[in-house]
Design a protein around this ligand. Structure first.
Ligand code: ADP
Ligand code: MG
Length: 510
């Protein structure tokens, strides 16, 4: 097998890593511009040329409608999804419904799926890796949020395939982050992964025991991240400028763009230092001459005061996740901080306050997910003989089964079964002369289906008409490592089959 990368396909930034066959160590591969992370931004010009990463981001202000970013929040979602409707209002590019009613983008009059946009990011990473390694990249392990449903996973896989990658596995992001740090395999642990990125917050609670990782709960906020912090700083800068010059920048997109860039870099600087200065020369050109923004001192305290209320929003998802998992902070053994925003001291303080532990020191928040994916890729590809063969297994969070007579729930795969797994059970008809059966699939722990969650159904027709209880139907449940459930119903006498693909959540979806 050729090279298999670990790829963290992020909402704002993506990162790739691989295990060196010689050392057995995972390392980040920089992109063509020498950066260790790549903005997940794709720009399309009128002639069809595609630009990815920082170069795309730099020209965004000039071509806001042709510069697409943050598609991870759209992927695999219906256009009518309230989250999509809300997001649309904030995005400078056009979001439309594709022919099947899924959220898509339209650039230069052309409709593109989020998977198509993401495939450009993945292809760029693949090409950067190939250029520096001088070898072709065959495949990847790509990470996804733990709460991604079947469609979101399928679309992410498709994005990889479109980029010319064999997607060996989709790995949950918190699981990847956990893999990136050393842990004691002999002792069961509860681990919290606190991930604050550019536009999303995810908190996941994992239980790790030997080689099995159970996602106990995931919770989060799809509209909370670094962008919110940047917006608040922009607003503060706009007010300062108004006070200094009497000029309001509200309707000046180019000046606002520069304020946003300044806000972001100020935020980053203040993660390391107590104070900084902001100088933006020629922010606006008036007839009387240019105006500059000059703030000799902008302190960390000022930043923290500006965003304190926003950061308070991190609390509720943490509490919810603990409640869903049936844990208290006393049951948590370690906290892993992931996402660029966890470099901000005030964010780290919040994580510690809500989860009861300081974050792991050894973890690089920008790279942990990609490093974990690379370690998994190494196992999948079997490249380096040095790496211990810990095969990560997720477990099924709730039992899976079908509806039987009287609305009873018949379990095929009980909860906490490690996946991938497979189970077949034989059922018989309940009525005389019955020629078809409806297989209704449910998930949950209640003895009757009304207490459980409906996942979907399939029908097997063309059964031999006979007395009740004499015609047999074999129902097969197969769950792959990506958590995708394939249901097959088969008539063993005729060989007739019906199939459906479903995705049970491995953890509670937010
Ligand atoms: P995602 O997983 O959503 O792609 P990232 O983990 O890359 O996002 O996080 C991006 C966010 O982290 C941005 O808002 C960025 O400004 C912020 N960020 C990056 N580095 C720092 C830093 N040193 N201090 C504060 N925020 C940072
Ligand atoms: Mg991320």
């Amino acid at each position: 097998m050729g090279i298999v990368l670990g790829i963290d396909l992020g909402t704002s930034n993506s990162c790739m890593a691989m295990v060196d066959a010689a050392t057995g160590q995972a390392r980040v591969l920089p992109n063509r511009e020498g950066e260790r992370t790549t903005p997940s931004v794709v720009a399309f010009d009128a002639s069809g040329r595609v630009t990815v990463g920082s170069a795309a981001r730099r020209q965004a202000v000039l071509h806001p409608r042709n510069t697409v970013y943050g598609v991870k929040r759209l992927i695999g979602r219906r256009f009518s999804d309230p989250a999509v409707q809300r997001l649309m209002k904030l995005l400078p590019y056009e979001v439309v419904a594709d022919p099947s009613g899924n959220a898509a983008v339209r650039v230069h009059g052309q409709v593109m799926t989020p998977a198509e946009v993401s495939s450009h990011v993945l292809r760029y990473l693949k090409e950067c890796a190939e250029a520096q390694l001088g070898q072709s990249v065959e495949g990847a392990v790509i990470t996804v949020p733990a709460y991604f449903d079947e469609v979101q996973r399928q679309e992410t896989k498709l994005a990889g395939q479109r980029a010319g990658l064999t997607v060996h596995r989709l790995l949950n992001e918190p699981t990847a982050a956990m893999l990136s740090c050393r842990f004691d395999e002999s002792r069961p642990e509860n681990i919290a992964v606190f991930d604050l990125g550019g536009g999303t917050f995810d908190i996941s609670l994992l239980h790790v025991e030997e080689e099995v990782v159970q996602v106990l709960a995931t919770c989060g906020d799809n509209f909370l991240g670094g962008d919110n912090v940047d917006e608040l700083v922009v607003e503060a800068l706009r007010r300062i400028f108004l006070k200094q010059t009497g000029v309001d920048l509200t309707n000046n997109p180019e000046a606002l763009w520069r304020l946003r860039e300044a806000a972001e870099s100020t935020k980053r600087t203040l993660s390391e230092r107590d104070q900084t200065s902001i100088e933006l020369a020629y922010l606006v050109a008036l007839q009387e001459g240019p105006l500059h923004l000059s703030i000799p001192s902008f302190s960390r305290t000022l930043l923290e005061n500006l965003v304190a209320k926003e950061l308070e929003r991190l609390r509720a998802p943490c509490e919810q996740a603990l409640e869903d998992a049936g844990l208290t902070v006393a049951d948590i053994h370690r906290v892993i901080l992931v996402g660029g925003m966890t470099r901000m001291p005030a964010v780290r303080a919040r994580a510690e306050a809500y989860l009861g532990h300081p974050g792991e020191r050894s973890v690089n928040p920008d790279e942990a997910v990609a490093i974990g994916a690379a370690l998994e890729a190494d196992i999948v590809a079997g490249i380096s003989p040095e790496t211990p063969k810990v095969l990560l297994l997720d477990v099924l969070s709730r039992s899976l089964g079908i509806r039987t007579e009287g609305g009873r729930f018949s379990v095929l795969i009980p909860r906490n079964t490690t996946i991938p797994t497979r189970e077949t059970k034989v059922f018989t008809t309940t009525f005389d002369q019955q020629t078809h059966v409806d297989i209704e699939v449910y998930q949950g722990e209640a003895p009757t289906v009304d207490g459980n969650r409906y996942l979907g159904e399939l029908q097997l027709a063309g059964l031999t008409a006979a007395a009740a209880g004499t015609v047999r139907v074999a129902v097969d449940f197969t769950i792959d490592a990506d958590g995708i459930l394939q249901v097959t119903a088969r008539d063993p006498t005729t060989g007739r089959k019906a199939e459906a693909t479903l995705r049970p959540p491995t953890a509670t979806s937010p």
